[in-house]
Ligand binder design. Structure first.
Ligand SMILES: [Fe+2]
Ligand SMILES: [Fe+2]
Length: 225
């Protein structure tokens, strides 16, 4: 055996022994590790508390209710844009159940816009839309998908594909807003959000069912030829 090979083997062997020894005295070093972690966590907590104090003492400081209000303006903008973009998708859809699902969800969306306005009122604020780049991006993509697939055999599948991205966006936003309202003790606002969230989740589940039960299979038939 070459000397280099032997020394590599010896190195490995001694490293293994070292590891075993470390494991054997594991309880001791484990306790030390827990202590270090505890100390580190304590230091982080102290630092965070101090930072929060400094932030709270600053003028024009943003609070959780400011964030809630921002989210409200943001989703208000989104719902209005979604309401406007749905007719184009309804027109391009073929499956009667999909047409029905989108049409009735558009009606729900009108009601959601009203609920959001009611939340603004609860806050004593004028309803104001806040431009949301996220929904703009999703809707832009759905526009171009409609251009590419809107007259194809996969049109319905493409529409569901886009609409589910919209629903999931809404679900995440309303989910966060619900938690904000809960933490802020805004019971009435939370109730409105709960109602909307249930509609978004139902719309999403309905689209999943439609896609999996009929739309995708009907489109896939053309791929078999
Ligand atoms: Fe909505
Ligand atoms: Fe929706």
């Amino acid at each position: 055996m070459a000397t280099a090979d032997k020394s590599t083997k010896d190195d490995k062997a001694s490293k293994n022994v070292a590891k075993k020894t470390a494991r054997a005295s594991g309880t001791k070093s484990g306790t030390a590790n827990t202590e270090t972690r505890k100390k580190r966590a304590q230091a982080v907590a102290t630092k965070a508390a101090a930072r929060k104090e400094t932030r709270a003492s600053q003028k024009d400081v943003k609070s959780l209710s400011d964030l809630f209000e921002h989210a409200l303006g943001d989703i208000y903008y989104a719902e209005k844009k979604i309401y406007k973009s749905l007719p184009k998708m309804i027109k391009a859809a073929d499956h009667p159940e999909l047409v029905e699902a989108l049409t009735s969800h558009r009606d729900e969306t009108a009601g959601q816009i009203e609920k959001l306005e009611a939340i603004f009122e609860l806050l004593g604020k004028r309803a104001k839309a806040e431009k949301c780049d996220a929904i703009d991006g999703i809707l832009e993509e759905s526009e171009s998908l409609l251009e590419d697939f809107g007259t194809s055999v996969a049109a319905d599948a493409a529409i569901i594909f886009s609409c589910q991205a919209i629903e999931h966006y809404e679900i995440t936003r309303y989910g966060s807003m619900r938690a904000f309202a809960d933490a802020l003790g805004m019971d009435e606002a939370k109730q409105h959000i709960d109602d909307i969230l249930a509609q978004e989740k139902a719309a999403d589940a309905n689209l999943t069912e439609l896609a999996e039960d009929s739309v995708n299979a009907a489109a896939a038939e053309y791929d078999d030829e």
